[in-house]
Design a protein around this ligand. Structure first.
Ligand code: SAH
Ligand code: F3S
Length: 441
């Protein structure tokens, strides 16, 4: 049997795409290996979001070069967003035999055959229709508790700074019944949690032939109906598109987890406008207020970019003050990284000096640290229903798992096991973990 080794970079969508790729290759007689040294085919599913994400992969390509030297005949393929963006440049490295963009995975068997016959090759066609709908992804998560379902591909929102639109093509929504079937199938195989993925889940919209439509709230409801013992999560939400209907749907289903990842990017209206985000600071704060009104216990996390083009000290302060007002549970925080070909790169100068970017980012990280501490400390005394993920990393005698609001809980195991639901009470906290004990019910 031939063996394939896959490294995955970037977002959850890429993790799910690697599972689609594995399923396609299994159909060709490949088996997954975790040892690069025994692979016939080495694949990296890549991300282009920031320059350092790409630099990491170039570093890996150097590593693959050594592997090919040691074992001639090994094939190397680059998949995903970087494949889409750099195409020929990757082939020119002399290491890469196969380049396949996110919509081209069905052609992998043909590409591999051609490369094996000695011709490096590429397919970076973007599709308007590809959703890999009927393909059953081969799950790589060995715990068998939680799985991703991509409900849509591509994106239409053009955030000025983001390379995603170019790497992933236009938006397509998956067929709802096929998505529900996928969730059902996972539940029947013992999975307890599904995460519905899309670049902007709030713009999910399926139009049936008879004119019937299914929006994101409808889809959430359909997936939640699979079983009360199947937890439903989703990401990513877009601040101008998240509707009250979605919030009420979440509030009325116990198994839809109360956590929203709502990337804000900046607290300054001037920056938001230049970033082409389609909301204002005031709109964002109103959405947060509405979320908390409908679900006071809802977890809230975000993404922030420091040092976007033309960002002044005043703009930066607006971001800090927004973070202080909202008190996010946690955040992904980045320095602006100019991406070739994006609107921002064409229109604006990347003019915040690197030192200033770093200083602002550090200030943002420090503030978020304090906010996380506050948010986690407020949980002490509360009860949570946790889905056990496995032994805690720090202390193998303890278990860990997430509360509905996405906060990580650790607690003495007392005979519970991976995949169990456990009710715990929070007894202490750190800025990233809730220390709990099992509450007898
Ligand atoms: N797949 C995600 C998008 C990934 S981008 C989704 O579902 O929306 C994740 C975060 O990276 C963005 O929210 C933004 O904060 C950050 N980001 C995107 N482009 C960036 C850039 N050019 N420089 C710095 N950060 C960026
Ligand atoms: Fe990266 Fe592409 Fe996801 S750029 S974040 S892998 S959509």
């Amino acid at each position: 049997m031939k063996k394939v080794y896959i490294e995955t970079y970037g977002c959850q969508m890429n993790v799910n795409d690697s599972e689609v790729v594995l399923s396609i290759l299994e159909g060709e007689g490949y088996a997954l290996t975790e040892e690069m040294g025994e692979a016939d085919l080495i694949l990296a599913n890549t991300c282009s979001i920031r320059d350092n994400a790409e630099q990491r992969v170039w570093g890996r390509i150097d590593r693959f070069r050594l592997e090919k030297k040691a074992r001639p005949g090994v094939l190397v393929g680059i998949l995903g967003c970087m494949a889409e963006r750099l195409g020929e440049k990757l082939l020119a490295s002399g290491v890469v035999d196969i380049v396949a963009g996110p919509d081209a995975y069905r052609s992998l068997p043909a590409l591999v055959a051609k490369a094996a016959a000695g011709t490096p090759c590429l397919d970076t066609t973007l599709s308007r229709t590809e959703t890999y709908a009927e393909l059953v992804p081969s799950r790589m998560d060995k715990k068998g508790v939680s799985a991703y379902i991509s409900i849509m591909r591509g994106r239409n929102n053009v955030c000025g700074y983001c390379v995603g639109r170019y790497a992933r093509g236009a938006e397509r929504s998956g067929e709802p019944l096929s998505l529900v079937r996928e969730a059902c199938d996972l539940f029947n195989r013992g999975y307890k949690e599904v995460s519905l993925l899309g670049q902007n889940v709030d713009s999910y919209l399926w139009k049936g032939e008879d004119g019937e439509t299914v929006d994101f709230a409808d889809l959430l409801e359909m997936v939640a109906a699979v079983s009360p013992d199947l937890r439903v999560r989703f990401s990513t939400s877009y601040p101008s598109d998240i509707t009250d209907k979605v919030l009420y749907t979440m509030a009325s289903h116990e198994n839809i987890c109360r956590h929203i990842h709502l990337p804000v990017q900046s607290g300054s209206n001037a920056m938001l406008e230049k970033m082409r985000r389609k909301y204002t600071r005031e709109w964002y704060l109103e959405r947060v207020a509405r979320i908390r009104e409908i679900m006071p216990d809802c977890g809230l996390t975000t993404d922030v970019i420091a040092g976007f083009c033309g960002e002044t000290e005043e703009d930066h302060k607006d971001t800090l003050s927004l973070m202080e007002t909202v008190v996010f549970d946690s955040a992904f925080m980045f320095q602006y990284s100019e991406r070739p070909g994006t609107l921002s790169a064409k229109k604006y100068e990347d003019d915040v000096p690197p030192k200033v970017k770093t200083a602002r980012l550090n200030e943002i990280i420090a503030l978020q640290g304090r906010m996380s501490e506050k948010s986690y400390a407020a949980e002490v005394g509360r009860l949570h229903k946790v889905l056990v993920e496995g032994p805690s990393k720090r202390n193998p005698d303890e278990l860990c798992g997430r509360a509905g609001n996405y906060k990580m809980c650790v607690f003495p195991g007392e005979g519970r096991k991976t995949g169990d639901y456990v009710t715990v009470r929070v007894v202490d906290s750190t800025p990233a973990t809730l220390i709990c004990r099992i509450e007898e019910q």
